[in-house]
Design a protein around this ligand. Structure first.
Ligand code: IMP
Length: 424
């Protein structure tokens, strides 16, 4: 199996980090293909916990090579800090982490613009993570970006940064009324990255092609979720990249024909952080209960996540976009103890029923969920096989799998590595 993609099937925070961490020991390479430090992939082992924002979740398995691909936007400050933290835990990073020379950089002005634009949008704010993701991708596609390879050219970088800041400072000050950034301080900080980042930089596309030619296995680790995809998500309440399967090919430079396994990570209920439509949202006590039981607070920003029932209309859409070959159901334990479970199987929009996910914001905002109700189940902890689960929990899983037409390959019943079941 050359390339396996792990993709969030909802609005992110599905528990991709845990699934990637579980699969990583069987892989030769784990590669991030999009997004940036807006991601927060939580890994728990023994009594330890670590939230990775940029480094692929394979880093805690010594034999695994890790790649940050060309499609990722890299904040060098965040990256260097994360490398230091992972090394402090005793893991070897240099020699194992490979950073694409063509990946674009997140600069201080991107972060400042992200905040300024959100303030400017006022009531229409997207609720971004404030990590500069959108503005960095804007510069990439406007062909104004600064790339990793530019960092290695100290003299050229100085000129590029000065030119970029001239424009960005005008934008910050004159359009958004925000503070200007000091050119000298920024140039001084960033030219220093050339030495620090150099040992990690390579042509990662060539590295991955060599890996494929050698028969090695690659795990492509998606960040965020399918419904946050800039093309296929709930635009404009999306991130600025392609978390969906196609993003893996452009964000790493691997051909679609090398991909033979696409794992959709599905949380047993739904969450969303940031603004935008969320048809199955529970705003009352039940939503609060899910938030508390599931620890639904952003791993990157700490914001409380909005919680709701599982939405098979949205998941059907994500399945068709990504071509999931299997599902990993996470956080099943969070539903334990509820009397009954609702699953959205259709939307009512005006006087029409549909099982198709509307991709225009207006229709989606009007969508009312139509639920089917399933019996609740009790404690699932300690189960060693799917057959050990309460019958109602097995029925819930079977319902999801049948309706989506995709088999379930993994069920997670708690945050630890060992709290994972693999159906026969
Ligand atoms: P941005 O990616 O920071 O521009 O934020 C755009 C939208 O994506 C906001 O609604 C964020 O809350 C959301 N978002 C970005 N990264 C993540 C993530 O890793 N998990 C969940 N939501 C995210």
């Amino acid at each position: 199996m050359p390339v396996t993609i792990v993709i969030g099937a909802q609005w992110g925070d599905e528990g991709k980090g845990k699934v990637v961490d579980l699969l990583a020991p069987k892989m030769d390479v784990v590669a991030r293909y999009q997004g940036g430090a807006n991601a927060g992939h939580t890994i728990k082992w023994e009594d330890k916990e670590f939230v990775l924002h940029l480094i692929p979740s394979g880093i805690f398995h010594e034999g695994v090579e890790c790649v940050i691909g060309n499609g990722v936007v890299i904040d060098p400050v965040a990256l260097m800090d994360e490398i230091r933290q992972v090394e402090a835990l005793g893991f070897q990073v240099e020699g194992r982490l490979h950073i694409s020379h063509t990946a674009h950089l997140i600069m201080p002005y991107h972060k400042r613009l992200d905040e300024a634009k959100e303030r400017y949008r006022d009531a229409g704010a997207i609720g971004t993570t404030g990590r500069g993701i959108g503005p960095a991708y804007v510069d990439k596609f406007a062909r104004n970006g600064i790339r990793v390879v530019d960092l290695l050219d100290r003299d050229g970088l100085r000129a590029k940064l000065e030119a970029a800041l001239e424009e960005k400072n005008d934008l910050l000050a004159k359009v958004y009324g925000a503070d200007r950034i000091d050119v000298d301080a920024m140039v001084e900080e960033y030219v220093e990255f050339d030495r620090r980042i150099d040992p990690f930089v390579t042509d990662t596309t060539a590295l991955l092609h060599n890996a494929l030619a050698d028969g090695k296995t690659i795990l492509a680790e998606g960040a965020q979720g399918s419904l946050l995809d800039v093309d296929h998500g709930t635009y404009p309440y999306v991130t600025s990249s392609h978390p969906t399967a196609g993003g893996c090919c452009t964000g790493l430079g691997v051909p679609p024909t090398s991909v033979d396994r696409v794992i959709g990570i599905v949380k047993a209920y739904s969450t969303r952080v940031g603004n935008g439509p969320f048809p199955t949202e529970l705003t009352g006590d039940l939503g609060e209960q899910l938030r508390q039981t599931g620890g639904e607070f952003g791993a990157t920003t700490g914001r409380p996540r909005r919680c709701g029932w599982l939405d098979l209309v949205a998941l059907g859409y994500a399945t068709r976009i990504n071509g999931f070959t299997e599902l990993a159901i996470t956080k099943l334990d969070v539903l334990a103890g509820l009397d009954e479970l609702k699953v959205c199987t259709q939307y009512r929009i005006g006087d029409k029923l549909t099982d198709r996910f509307p991709t225009d914001l207006d229709a989606l905002s009007k969508a009312e969920p139509v639920y089917e109700t399933l019996p609740g189940f009790g404690d699932v902890t300690g189960a060693e096989t799917v057959e050990d689960l309460p019958q109602a929990a097995q029925d819930y899983l079977a319902f999801v799998s049948e309706r989506l037409g995709v088999r379930i390959g993994t069920v997670s019943t708690g945050p630890k590595r060992e709290e994972t079941l693999v159906p026969a």
